[in-house]
Design a protein around this ligand. Structure first.
Ligand code: IDC
Length: 360
């Protein structure tokens, strides 16, 4: 009698477990990647590294990041889009494999200008977690702009990146961008800053890609045809996996005039260039957008497998924003909820992903 009771109980228990297990296992899965058993970008490509002028994946194959940059994560037009559903929409609907978290240091209560450091770091932690959960690469961007010379904030930058590198040293998907757009200072000064900050990062994280911003708002050197970054035979000594940023705005005459040649020149010299920011508008972020020049740029970058991140995921009423200023939704946007720039970029990114097929 006793034995039978026990058996009954055990069977009931097993049945309960089985029911719970099935309930969990057959739950409707909205994750396109899981549902179709397609691996996420990070699961497919693993840890990235730099080989000569190229970014390569864990198998040593040339790899291109197609990313979107947030607006400032400290701005009301930026932080609402740091959410998992938004990143998932970018991944599944736009063909994006990376996001950039732009954290201003000066503007609008930036990290070094009165913003709550803890809250800002927390916003980065959230963004990194969402990207990681979704198997996407993620840039942590120290977004200097009006503060021009990165040395002004070097002590804060070292503390910030030490915290980040300590926290993320075991992850494969983190990219550190240590100074968005140096300006008003020369390459020598940027290098001095970079060697200090890279040293701190490498103390904890030996392998992650580190992106160094370049003079004159990341134009690989001073205005016009100057190529200080590429002309320096040993940009940052002694460290691997360092990339140099080039930023362009497709409706800015001087960018179209000078930057294609500067890009080609740098690559020829073996400098790994990454476009951590571009926009379809003028450098002001507003006015008209140029589809013609954006198209030319993307073709050029695709040909060379150079990575790019579009500015910005925001509904701010300016032409570089990817969402319509009327759009209140913070994810799952319909085509009609995108701006003209957003519609164009989404179509281009999707086409690129399709063209790459299994290499995407
Ligand atoms: C712009 C934003 C705009 C904001 C301004 C702050 O789009 O809403 O008012 O910054 O000064 C960059 C910078 C990036 C700029 C962007 C467009 O990295 O912060 O964002 N831009 O002006 N470099 C070239 C253009």
């Amino acid at each position: 009698m006793k034995g039978r009771k026990l058996r009954h109980r055990l069977t009931a228990l097993l049945l309960a477990f089985a029911m719970i297990f099935t309930a969990v296992a057959v739950q409707p899965n909205c994750d396109a990647f899981a549902a179709t058993k397609v691996k996420t970008p990070v699961a497919t490509h693993g840890r990235l590294s730099v080989k000569g002028a190229d970014l390569v994946d864990a198998k040593g194959k040339k790899f291109q990041l197609r990313g979107i940059s947030t607006h400032g994560i400290n701005w009301d037009v930026g932080y609402p889009y740091v959410n998992k559903a938004a990143f998932k929409t970018l991944r599944d609907d736009w063909g994006v494999n990376a996001v950039r978290l732009a954290m201003y240091t000066s503007e609008y209560n930036g990290y070094c200008a009165g913003g709550s450091k803890a809250a800002l770091r927390n916003q980065i932690y959230k963004g990194v977690k969402y990207a990681t959960d979704l198997g996407m690469y993620v840039i942590i961007d120290w977004h200097i702009l009006s503060d021009g010379n990165p040395m002004t904030q070097v002590a804060e930058a070292r503390r910030f990146f030490a915290t980040m590198a300590k926290k993320y040293k075991k992850q494969k998907n983190i990219i550190y961008e240590i100074c968005n757009e140096p300006n008003g200072c020369d390459w020598k000064i940027v290098k001095r800053y970079a060697s200090q900050v890279i040293k701190v990062i490498r103390k904890y994280d030996k392998k992650a890609i580190v992106v160094v911003g370049t003079p004159t708002w990341s134009q690989l050197g001073s205005d016009g045809t100057h190529n200080e970054v590429a002309d320096n035979p040993n940009p940052i000594k002694g460290y691997k996996n360092i990339m140099y940023s080039l930023h362009f705005y497709a409706n800015e005459w001087s960018h179209n005039q000078y930057l294609p040649a500067k890009l080609a020149y740098a690559r020829k010299k073996g400098i790994a260039v990454i476009v951590t920011e571009f926009g379809m508008s003028a450098a002001s972020g507003d006015g008209g957008i140029s589809k013609a020049y954006t198209g030319k740029w993307l073709t050029r970058l695709n040909k060379a497998n150079v990575s790019y991140f579009c500015w910005s995921l925001s509904n701010k009423n300016e032409s570089c924003s990817l969402l319509s200023s009327k759009t209140k939704k913070t994810s799952r946007w319909k085509t009609t909820e995108l701006s003209a720039a957003g519609r164009y970029i989404r179509a281009k990114y999707r086409a690129r992903k399709k063209a790459l097929g299994s290499r995407a």
